[in-house]
Design a protein around this ligand. Structure first.
Ligand code: TRP
Length: 332
């Protein structure tokens, strides 16, 4: 199969605004892929349910993720943008897949094991705070992936095992019921999703070192000026590939601009303060139009409702076809 004919699918949990590290590592490559490939992008609101029990909050975050993709230029001809919970077939497939999924597979899930370890460390019941939504999370995620015949599933490294589970579950199913499911493959983000944050460690909410994607210009500038550097002086030679400033800059600038900054670093022609200003101006120029579009959409959520409704109608075509085949295979 040629690469452009592969079906791409990914889900984003509506649990908060992505940051610049998510943008570089995952959103930008996905949006580029959506120019050439059939792409399913959905907001995984059912997956947010095991941790967020406030409907308003899920709804608000769902709009944010939808607005984000539209603002960043997801190609809505090739890409089907929808809300997971809008497609009834996913609940059905989840039930069907329960019956071919070994319990032992769920016991091996990293996310569940992390909870058990946390509870053990705190001397609590091993299953404290574990609801069945969390425990069976990988089955619902398999239903997402298999329902839309995905070939490639771009995810963060933390989700790789879940995509492998979807493939395992598809194989168990196919072995019993014939060749119903396509086997998906995980694809891990560029640089393995490791984009440096303000303190040089991986940009991550848990390190509190992120640069928000759509911060107002003055806030963006303040954050960027806080990037931690070593104490080299402007005319010292510096290794750009070890500098957070350059490592972020290269994802926003064009080839000539990147070469210019590289030369300035390597030949002692720029201080960190000025390099940070260059980085701020570049990021701001790339993100200011999407930011304005995002703000517009968040003030016009009726437009987002129609985009999501149109996406759901298209997603349903594929989903209903798959669920009919599954139901026929399992129940006759
Ligand atoms: N579990 C994913 C996350 O936490 C979100 C998700 C749900 C997903 N269903 C998916 C990702 C299907 C890829 C494919 O980020």
């Amino acid at each position: 199969m040629n690469n452009d004919s592969k079906i791409i699918l990914t889900g984003i949990k509506p649990t908060g605004m992505p940051h610049i590290g998510n943008y570089i590592g995952a959103l930008k490559p996905l949006i580029e892929k959506s120019q050439t490939n059939k792409t399913f992008v959905f907001i995984a609101d059912l997956h947010a349910l095991n941790s967020i029990h406030d409907a308003k909050e899920i709804r608000q975050h769902t709009y944010e993720i939808a607005a984000l993709f539209v603002a960043l230029g997801l190609n809505l001809d090739n890409a089907i943008l929808f809300r997971q919970s809008d497609i009834d077939a996913v609940y059905k497939l989840n039930t069907f897949l329960m019956n071919v999924t070994p319990k032992g597979l769920m016991n091996r899930a990293h996310s569940y094991k992390a909870m058990l370890e946390k509870n053990a460390a705190a001397n609590r019941d091993p299953d404290a705070d574990v609801n069945m939504g969390l425990y069976t999370y990988p089955i619902l995620m398999s239903a997402d992936i298999l329902l839309y015949n995905a070939d490639i599933v771009p995810v963060g490294a933390d989700q790789k095992q879940h995509v492998e589970f979807a493939r395992d579950i598809a194989e168990y199913f196919n072995r019993t019921y014939g060749n119903v499911f396509r086997l998906p493959e995980p694809q891990i983000g560029i640089n393995n999703g490791i984009i440096p944050g303000l303190d040089g460690r991986k940009m991550s909410k848990s390190y509190d070192n992120t640069i928000p994607l759509f911060a107002p210009a003055n806030e963006l500038k303040k954050k960027i000026m806080r990037i931690i550097t070593d104490s080299k002086l402007p005319n010292d030679k510096k290794n750009p590939d070890e500098s957070t400033i350059f490592l972020l800059y290269k994802h926003f600038a064009n080839a000539d601009e990147i070469a210019t900054m590289r030369d300035m670093f390597e030949n002692g022609k720029i201080g960190y303060g000025d390099a940070k200003k260059m980085l701020f101006e570049k990021i701001d120029s790339v993100l200011s139009a999407p930011r304005a579009k995002y703000e517009y959409l968040m003030a016009h959520t009726d437009e987002l409702d129609s985009i999501l409704a149109a996406g759901a109608a298209r997603a349903r075509d594929t989903a209903n076809d798959t669920i009919n085949r599954v139901q026929h295979a399992m129940l006759g």
